[in-house]
Write a protein that binds this ligand. Structure first.
Ligand code: PRX
Length: 650
């Protein structure tokens, strides 16, 4: 590996950080190594407001269905709201800014009332009870957070669906979870214009969603929407009459808290199921360790609540930590590429957490834009979702952080619930592009499939070799798929261990460098997409015989979607542009615009082995314009490779 710069934590960060030396870090790592359960036991006792204590820290008897803090009782909304009322009832819990510039500040006491009223509404009007599934299809408005917390208050399981997903994708998720209620909004604002959500819900529910009894609609942009009298309910009207207190449902540590659908390498998206105690413990702890959150801080994560980052690091983590969390409705470039920097100045943001794709976009559109603002309030910068290239890292570090703010490059996943590998801002010397080291208590290792640790500079499987409290508990309704997807690839000491799907390498100093997915999952602008899902969508176009989708490196998005399509007819593709448009329309309808293809090549055939397996590695190389190094002689029809190259490279 080439030599890369290393940046030590600056004294101003060390002074305030909870963990402020590598010695302290290694000490914690050792504690977890020598007494794993004891390590977590101490933290769980210290950090969680238990209604009833647990009787066992970790139950491995049904591995890999691990159980944490067995027998413990709690309600995560008490952890996130009630327990703060004594000391910070008037502190801002959520600061929200709409894209048009409208603002709301919600104190912890107000949040308490909002969530309690919402919870009462769910119970009294819709009969929602513990264990029922509620789909939340919302824009970035405070009511999205209220809705999640209201579900948690009464023990209902929420499943937030990102507002960019199409009606079909929403329907799939509603059906899989058998949701009883859908909470949505009329619409919101994006790029200066209203965009609508309720009409998408209408389309989703028009077919095969018998489980849904009602739709609750929050008014945000007040655009006209169709109203179904016996199904749709007006939140803004109903909420007024709700009592402001709702006794929390007392939950078991292991009761499900939420489902969040994410893409795998095959088949439909899977409902990742998280539980109560372990999840909230780690959400809070990582806020303290990784963001070094303090009582006076204003913390801003720019994610959408439709993704795990929004769950853990906009809603649950910051609130459990008693922090002030910011929420922003719109895009980073409206009305100009200075929007976020202006907001950091205005709200004096202390921790700022975003995705590499946004950094690259803002770098490209306004390299000097940060100079125009006073960003001196910033202490810590964070990134998440995809590998960050050193150029983007350096710009973020120098321009946004003025060389004063450590960047925490946090590696984790929907399935891990919270950060797994990340620098500690007051301790870890950072290198641009490396997520550095596993957090204390997290046994992230780069191994081969038999569990042997890889040597420096050798790529291996990124695995977590011990269970951890915030881990995925199962895939909703499909425990076999859970076992197969995550525990079917790697073993250590003969025992199946969690494989993340990512490859990674150690450098000479043991720093971890994520190399990206080893499976057929691609990462477009930090959005995780399964190539199988996109291929299934493309296959719905009547002229398509078969296709294969691969990711291609992209300057801003990280990866772009490249499809190789074989048509049924041999009429040729005289109407290529029209056909590309139609195929993208099918993808938009089935999944959403986020999965649209950047490039489509119409090819006479796909490179397949004699057993019919598509050799995607060859297609990836072709998409990248690389020389083909793979052996093509074993292909069913080796000549097809040359033909595809001709078409793609002209
Ligand atoms: O490939 C890794 C990449 O994002 C995947 C997880 O996607 P998702 O479940 O949608 O969660 C994203 C937000 C946590 C991982 O398998 N990824 C995430 N963070 C990083 C990353 N790749 C490199 N560096 C990261 N910091």
């Amino acid at each position: 590996m080439e030599k890369v710069p290393v940046f030590d934590p600056t004294p101003r960060i060390k002074e305030r950080a909870r963990i402020n030396s590598m010695d302290q870090y290694w000490q914690m790592v050792k504690e977890a190594e020598s007494d794993y359960e004891g390590f977590w036991d101490k933290l769980a006792k210290e950090k969680i407001n238990w209604r009833e204590p647990y009787t066992k820290v970790l139950d491995e008897s049904e591995a890999p269905f691990y159980k944490w803090f067995v027998g413990g009782k709690l309600n995560v909304t008490e952890q996130c709201i009630d327990r703060h009322l004594e000391t910070k009832k008037n502190k801002a819990a959520i600061i929200w800014e709409g894209e048009p510039g409208d603002k709301r500040v919600i104190t912890y006491l107000e949040l308490y009332y909002e969530v309690n009223r919402f919870a009462n509404l769910l119970k009294s009007k819709f009969g929602i009870k513990k264990g029922d599934r509620v789909v939340i299809y919302m824009p970035m408005i405070p009511e999205a957070a209220f809705a999640m917390l209201a579900c948690a208050r009464i023990g209902a399981i929420h499943s937030v669906v990102f507002g960019g997903f199409s009606a079909e994708a929403l329907r799939d998720r509603i059906q899989d979870a058998q949701a009883k209620l859908v909470i949505t909004a009329d619409g919101a604002y994006r790029r200066g214009k209203p965009y609508m959500l309720k009409p998408v819900v209408d389309v989703a529910l028009a077919k095969d969603c018998e489980s849904v009894e009602a739709v609750l609609v929050v008014r945000r942009n007040n655009e006209e929407i169709k109203w179904h009298d016996h199904r749709d309910y007006d939140y803004n009207e109903l909420i007024k009459d709700m009592p402001a207190r709702c006794e929390p449902e007392i939950m078991d540590s292991e009761d499900p808290l939420f489902l969040l659908y994410t893409s795998g390498s095959t088949g439909k998206p899977k409902g990742v199921q998280h539980s109560q105690a372990g999840y909230i413990l780690w959400a809070q702890l990582t806020m303290e360790w990784v963001f070094d959150i303090k009582d006076t801080d204003t913390y801003w994560c720019t994610a959408d609540v439709g993704w795990i980052t929004g769950h853990t690091y906009i809603v649950y983590g910051p609130l459990a930590a008693g922090a002030t969390t910011m929420m922003y409705e719109g895009v980073p470039v409206y009305p100009d590429a200075g929007r976020w920097w202006r907001m950091i100045e205005e709200y004096r943001v202390n921790q700022f957490y975003t995705a590499p794709t946004a950094i690259r976009l803002l770098h490209k559109l306004g390299a000097d834009e940060p100079d125009k603002y006073d960003l001196s309030s910033l202490y810590i910068l964070g990134t998440v979702g995809e590998p960050i290239n050193p150029d983007a890292w350096m710009w973020y570090f120098e321009k946004v952080g003025r060389g004063q703010c450590p960047i925490v490059d946090t590696w984790w996943q929907t399935e891990t619930g919270g950060h797994m590998i990340s620098p500690l801002p007051g301790a870890t010397p950072i290198k641009p592009g490396s997520a550095t080291f596993p957090l204390p208590g997290i046994f992230a290792e780069i191994i081969d499939t038999d569990g042997n640790k890889k040597e420096p500079n050798e790529k291996g499987y990124l695995c977590i070799t011990k269970p951890w409290p915030s881990m995925i508990r199962t895939i909703w309704g499909d425990p076999d798929r859970f076992v197969k997807s995550y525990f079917g690839t790697c073993k250590k000491d003969g025992k199946p261990v969690y494989f993340s799907g990512d490859g990674a390498i150690y450098d000479e100093e043991g720093y971890i460098w994520i190399t990206g997915r080893m499976d057929d999952v691609i990462n477009v602008s930090g959005h995780r997409l399964g190539t199988a899902e996109i291929e299934a969508a493309i296959g719905h176009h009547p002229r398509v015989a078969e296709c294969a989708v691969v990711g291609k490196p992209h300057e801003v998005k990280g990866e772009s979607v490249f499809a190789f399509v074989v048509l049924k007819d041999d009429e040729g593709v005289a109407d290529e542009m029209e056909l590309i448009k139609e195929i993208n329309e099918v993808i938009t309808k089935d999944i959403g615009p986020l999965a649209k293809c950047d490039e489509i090549a119409f090819v006479p055939g796909l490179p397949k082995t004699r057993s019919g397996k598509i050799m995607r590695r060859i297609l990836r190389s072709i998409a990248k314009g690389e020389e083909i190094k793979q052996d093509t002689s074993t292909l069913e029809d080796p000549s097809v490779v040359e033909k595809i190259i001709q078409i793609v490279q002209g």
